[in-house]
Each structure stands twice: as C-alpha cells, then as structure tokens.
Design a protein around this ligand. Structure first.
Ligand SMILES: Cc1ncc(COP(=O)(O)O)c(C=O)c1O
Length: 448
C-alpha cells in the first residue's frame, strides 16, 4: 500500500494554510509529531459515527448504552491484539502515558524493592516513581499544612533513594552489563524502559533487556509512547509485563492512554482511582465489595471516545502496515538527516545508526528558541525546541558537565538559560515536499 498523507488525513488538516513572512500563504508543515499527531481521517469518521450512538458506558439499559459499551469494550481487545499482549492481561484506560505511569508507580509502591529507571526516560516515566516511592517512605505520619513544603522536598529526597538509574554510554546506547549490574546489586521490583527516546529516537533492544530483567525477577515496564506508532511491538515476544502509551501520539488525540498489565497483578489491588461505577456494593459501614476484573480498574464514567479512537487509530495503522510505515518515515527522516549532516553550521545529536523519526539539532551560535520561531514565522514549519523533559539526555548530548551557572540563571528567571535543542520529528502526515521545505528553511537560516 502506497502511503499518501492526503488520503490519511482530512484535507482541512493536511492542507492547513498559514501566512509566512518569507513564503506567503503556505501549507503548514508539522514536524512536531513526537509531541502529538493529528487525527487520522478514519479516526475522525469513526468517532463521529460512534458519537451518533453514544450513551452511558456500563451504566444504562438503553440501546445507545449497549452499543457504546460494546464498542468501548471491543477497543480493549483491539489494543491488546495490536501489541500482542497475553490474552488474560488487562487494558486499563488512562488519560495518557503520564497517567499510566502514575498508576503503575502507585501499585508498585506497595511492594518491596527498588525501581530502576533509565537515564533517558521522559519525566513522565521517572517522576511518578520518585513521588510514589517517596510517599511510601514518609509513612503514615500526618502533617500540618505549614510543614508541607518540607514534606514535599522530603518525598523527593526519599523517593530518589529508591529509584536507581541506569544510563546510556557515550554512544547513546544501553550497556547490558551495567543493566545486569544494577539488577544484581539492588533488589529491583520494577524496571522501567523507554522503547524509543523522545529526544533522539534511539530504540534499545527491548527483548534482550527484558530477558535480563526477568532473570533477576523484576517486572519489565515499557513506555511505548514514542514507539507504537512507528515500530512493531509485541509484548509477548519482547517479554514486556506492562506497556504504556498515549493515543494522541498515534493519531487519536481524544485524550486516551492505557496501561496494559497482568490480571494477577491488578487483581491484588484496590484500583488506583476509585469512585462510582466499578464496585458492585458498598455496605452500611462503607466497606466496598469489589470484583477482581478489568472493570474494577475503570472507575467513573470513562472517556469512551478516547478509548474507541485508539482502537480506530490502531486499526488504521494495521491496515497501512507497520513495515510500510517504518520505511516511509525513515526515508523522509533520512533525507533531512543527510542534509543536516552536510551543513557545517549544524550540530546534530543523533547518529545514523540510531536514526528513526526524530532529528535533534542546533544551529551553531544560535538560540534554539529563535530558530524554532523563525521556522514557524518565515517558513510555516512547526518544530519543538527546549529540553523535552529529558534533562539527563540534554546534559549528555550538549556535553554539560558543570550546571552551576545554568541553575543560577534559571533561579534568576533567565528562561533562555534552560539548555536545549530543536527537534524535528516526522510521521505519516509528512511528505517529501515537507522535507524539501525544511531543508530550504535551514539553508536560509544558516546562510548568514
Ligand atoms: C517517551 C515519552 N514518555 C512519556 C511521555 C508523556 O506522554 P503524555 O504527555 O502523553 O502523558 C512522552 C511525551 O512526550 C514521551 O515522549
């Protein structure tokens, strides 16, 4: 199947017009796909159809309730199938990957042991563990509101002691020996890994790392937020116990995300969020009875549109074919990469070996914010700049060893002191012309 973004997205999205100072009115070029992706045409159409029969999920006896509930429940099966999760696994819907990781961190905080998180992890897959572990360490004490600033600091401090980090080497690759070392010198209960770096696109060998993790008896938790839309994921083959992702990164921006994991794990816990809808009965004393099923982890009226939109997006990705997607996106990224590599004014922070769909770079001597703004205002190209919630990665890529001055400047509210780079990220919404516009723009900006 030949990939044609004009067919995959509605014309009003694909052909979104913007006024620029250099090129006049042009089609907006979205090179910020690692942040979020536009909705597929098929997703919009099917969501629209779903809305025509939309009714209360898991609550009503009316026909709309029944239809809505059936489609909502089907979406769990489609998601599970797409990632080849074990049949008995639960798909717990969340708002996004951040929500999924907060839920996972909450559950694991009841268990004994430490958490290992990679040094290239997005803050959303790192900080929830620090918070949850820190709260556990603080214990059952009660505090006065006036003490809470100190308590919050203490939570962080204690949490950090429980969350060990393993890092990439100078080639920006995980060293399996150091992973092995971390697992054999600490009692790790949960090992968290990003399937693809949001800053460089680097994809570690999930399967190999999973084998080491399991050898040491830890649960393997994978953040597939930047992966699922570009590469084949197979929970069973890769040995993934828990998988998190966000719909808005795979063409379903309706506010859905998920955490997939084993039934026999979730069943042990009172749901992370609790309230109406997921409990069969509450006694006079307030004791609540709970069934050990997936629904017990689905309190409140669910974001059904978020859930079903993810199903529709994954169906579309399956129809297009993940190998097809990989080769289409890689071709676009490689063309832009080759140009950036040939331009001596560019500092590129990804090697060809790790090249996927993300291009992190800076223009020597220019502020990344200014470059990003010029790409937008002069050439109608949207990219992201900044530190991408991965400060360890920024320090590594930009070779920052002494951060005293940066900290001082930031404390003095000099926002431009935050180190960062520009990220151009590609997806199915891009075309060859987009890459040509990007190259033209960088040529112009680096001319003087
Ligand atoms: C690798 C990775 N993990 C987690 C997140 C958080 O995702 P969300 O904002 O959808 O919760 C992001 C967002 O950019 C990400 O890139």
């Amino acid at each position: 199947m030949k990939i044609n973004p004009k067919k995959l997205f509605l014309s009003k999205i694909h052909n979104y017009q913007v006024e620029t100072s250099k090129l006049g009115v042009v089609r907006y070029v979205n090179l910020d796909n690692a942040a979020t992706t536009p909705p597929f045409r098929a997703v919009q159409k099917k969501v629209d159809e779903y809305l025509s029969s939309y009714g209360s999920v898991h609550r009503g006896a009316g026909i709309k309730s029944k239809i809505s509930t059936d489609i909502y429940e089907k979406s769990r099966d489609v998601i599970k199938k797409f990632v080849n999760a074990p049949k008995s696994d639960y798909v717990v819907f969340t708002g996004n990957t951040t929500g999924a990781m907060n839920a996972a961190a909450h559950y694991f905080s009841f268990l004994e042991g430490k958490v290992a998180v990679s040094g290239i992890e997005h803050s959303s897959s790192w900080l929830p563990w620090i918070k949850a572990e820190g709260i556990k360490k603080i214990g059952k004490k009660q505090f006065d509101l006036s003490e809470m600033d100190n308590v919050s600091e203490k939570i962080q401090k204690e949490g950090r002691k429980q969350v060990v980090q393993y890092d990439v080497n100078n080639e920006f690759e995980f060293d399996l020996k150091s992973i092995e070392n971390i697992l054999s010198t600490n009692k790790i209960k949960a090992f968290v890994l990003t399937a693809s770096s949001n800053a460089t696109g680097y994809c570690p060998d999930i399967k190999k790392i999973g084998e080491i993790v399991h050898k040491h008896g830890a649960y393997f938790i994978v953040d597939a937020c930047q992966f699922i839309q570009h590469h084949k994921i197979d929970m069973q083959k890769m040995g993934i116990d828990f998988l998190a992702a966000s719909g808005h990164k795979f063409y379903a921006p309706y506010g859905g995300g998920f955490l997939i994991g084993p039934k026999n794990f979730f069943d042990k816990f009172i749901s992370y969020e609790i309230g109406g809808g997921n409990l069969p009965y509450i006694t006079k004393e307030g004791e609540f009875l709970r069934y050990k099923n997936q629904l017990a982890h689905d309190p409140g009226t669910p974001n059904a549109v978020g859930a079903v939109s993810m199903m529709y997006a994954l169906e579309e990705l399956r129809n297009i074919g993940i190998e097809n997607i990989e080769s289409y996106e890689k071709k676009l990224t490689k063309k832009a990469f080759d140009y950036l590599k040939s331009n001596p004014k560019i500092e590129l922070y990804v090697s060809e070996k790790h090249l996927n769909t993300v291009l992190p770079f800076n223009i020597k001597g220019m502020n990344s914010k200014k470059v990003a703004e010029r790409l937008n205002s002069e050439f109608g190209i949207g990219v992201r700049y900044g530190s991408f919630c991965v400060y360890n990665v920024i320090r590594k890529l930009l070779r920052i060893e002494d951060e005293k001055e940066i900290i001082e400047n930031i404390k003095n509210e000099k926002k431009s002191a935050v180190p960062g780079f520009i990220r151009a990220s590609f997806s199915l919404c891009n075309t060859n012309e987009d890459v040509e516009r990007f190259i033209l723009a960088i040529k112009e900006i680096t001319k003087r």
